[in-house]
Design a protein around this ligand. Structure first.
Ligand code: ADP
Ligand code: MG
Length: 376
C-alpha cells in the first residue's frame, strides 16, 4: 500500500489543503476546485497531458460526471430541508418515508459501521450533535435560535437534555428500519420518542461522519471508470480517495495543535480519512468540547486529538475514524487489531501528543521531533 522508494508525485496537505506539483514531459498536475457540496470544498487533482485535447476533454468529462454525483448525494443527504435526512428528522415516530437509492445505500453502510464499532459510530446521535451546537444549522449564515436548549454562545448544554437524548429510544440506530421493494427504497422511523417540557423529540440522524467519505468513493469510482487514474479526490479536509499518483501521493497531516505538519504518508490506491477535535470545537473554562459525540456519555470525546486511517473505503474510513475518536486508546488499538485488516492507523494522544500507530517506521515521516511513537 505504501512505498517510500518510488518517485514523489505530489504533496498534499491533508486538513488545510496546499498542493505542490511536479510535472514531467507533457504531463502536468492540475487541481479542480468545486465548492458548495456538503458545505465544503471538493478538490480533484489530476495528472495528465492537458495540451492533448482528447486527454483534457476526458478529464473534464469525468469531473463533470463527478459533480453530477456530488449534487445527487448532497440532495439526498445534505442539509436542505428537502433531503431524505432532513425529511426523516422532521418525520413523526413510526413514519415510513420513501428515500433515494443513495440514501438507502449509505444508511446500509452506516448500519455496518454501527455494528462493527458496537455503536461508537452512531448516526442517530443527531439530537446530541444539535444539542452541543454542531449540526449544520449552526454553520449557516442565517442561524436563529429555535430550540429551547439553544444558547447565546457555544457552551455546555443543560444536563437534563443530555440525559434525555441518551435515551435508547432516541439512540438505537438498530431500530431504524430499511426496506426495499419494486416501488422503491424506504426507511421507517422508530416508534420511540422523548418528551421534554411538552416538546417531543424523535430519532434524528446525522450523516456528517460518513457522507463526505461516501462522496469521495463515488467520485473515485467515476474517475477510475473513465480512465482518469492519475488522480485523487478530496471531499472537505478529511476524506480522500487516492488513485495512482505520479506513482504515489504524499499526504501530509497537519498538527492538531497548530504546529505545522506532523506526519507525511506516501500512499496510492487507497482511501485516507481523518477525524479530529480541532476542526470544530469550543472552549469553555479551558476545556475543549469538539464536534464528535461519544454515544455512551452524550458528550464530546476527549483523549484523542486526531485519528487518521489509510485503508478500506473512504465511507468506512470516515465512519471508523469518528468511532475511534470515541474509544479509549487501548480500546481503539484492540479494535484495529481485531476488527480490521490491512489498515494503517495514526492516533495522536491529546495530552501527551504521543502517536499510536500500527504502521511500519518506513511508511511515514514525522514532521515534529517531539512526538513519541508507540507501536500498537
Ligand atoms: P468531518 O466532519 O471532518 O468529516 P468526522 O468524520 O469525524 O469529521 O465526523 C464528525 C461529524 O459526525 C460530526 O460533526 C457529527 O455531525 C457527526 N458525529 C458526531 N459524533 C458522531 C458519532 N459518535 N457517530 C456518528 N456520527 C457522529
Ligand atoms: Mg469521520
Amino acid at each position: 500500500m505504501m512505498n517510500l522508494s518510488k518517485k514523489i508525485g505530489i504533496v498534499f496537505c491533508f486538513l488545510f489543503a496546499v498542493t505542490l506539483f511536479v510535472g514531467c514531459g507533457g504531463v502536468s498536475g492540475k487541481t479542480f476546485d468545486r465548492y458548495g457540496y456538503f458545505g465544503t470544498l471538493t478538490v480533484f487533482a489530476v495528472y495528465a497531458d492537458f495540451s492533448d485535447e482528447e486527454e483534457a476533454k476526458k478529464t473534464e468529462d469525468a469531473i463533470a460526471e463527478c459533480e453530477a454525483a456530488l449534487e445527487e448525494i448532497d440532495k439526498a443527504i445534505g442539509s436542505a430541508q428537502t433531503s431524505d435526512i432532513s425529511r426523516f428528522n422532521a418525520a413523526a415516530c413510526g413514519e415510513t418515508l420513501e428515500i433515494s437509492r443513495i440514501t438507502y445505500e449509505l444508511l446500509g453502510i452506516a448500519k455496518d459501521m454501527y455494528e462493527l464499532t458496537n455503536g461508537a459510530y452512531n448516526p442517530a446521535v443527531g439530537n446530541l450533535v444539535d444539542l452541543w451546537g454542531f449540526s449544520p444549522r449552526f454553520e449557516s449564515g442565517d442561524y436563529t435560535p429555535i430550540e429551547p436548549y439553544d444558547r447565546e454562545t457555544p457552551s455546555q448544554p443543560e444536563e437534563k437534555y443530555i440525559k434525555a437524548f441518551l435515551s435508547p429510544a432516541l439512540l438505537d440506530f438498530g431500530e431504524v428500519a430499511l426496506s426495499e421493494n419494486e416501488d422503491g427504497f424506504f426507511v421507517t422511523k422508530p416508534n420511540g420518542c422523548v418528551e421534554i417540557e411538552g416538546k417531543i423529540y424523535t430519532v434524528n440522524l446525522n450523516l456528517g461522519g460518513i457522507g463526505k467519505g461516501y462522496a469521495a468513493d463515488k467520485c473515485a469510482e467515476i474517475l477510475s471508470k473513465r480512465g482518469v487514474t492519475k488522480s485523487y479526490v478530496g471531499v472537505g479536509q478529511s476524506s480522500l480517495s487516492l488513485l495512482e499518483g505520479n506513482e504515489y501521493w504524499r499526504v501530509t497531516l497537519n498538527h492538531p495543535r497548530g504546529r505545522g505538519k506532523y506526519l507525511t504518508v506516501s500512499a496510492a490506491n487507497v482511501a485516507a480519512s481523518t477525524s479530529g477535535d480541532y476542526e470544530r470545537f469550543f472552549i469553555e473554562n479551558g476545556k475543549r468540547y469538539c464536534h464528535i459525540i461519544d454515544p455512551k456519555t452524550g458528550r464530546p470525546t476527549s483523549g484523542t486529538a486526531a485519528v487518521s486511517m489509510f485503508g478500506m473505503t473512504a465511507a468506512e474510513g470516515d465512519a471508523l475514524t469518528t468511532a475511534l475518536m470515541c474509544m479509549s486508546a487501548e480500546d481503539a488499538a484492540k479494535f484495529i487489531r481485531e476488527k480490521t485488516s490491512g489498515v494503517k492507523v495514526f492516533m495522536l494522544d491529546e495530552e501527551t501528543l504521543t502517536l499510536r500507530t500500527n504502521a511500519d517506521k518506513s511508511d511515514y515521516e514525522l514532521g515534529d521531533g517531539t512526538i513519541t511513537v508507540l507501536n500498537i
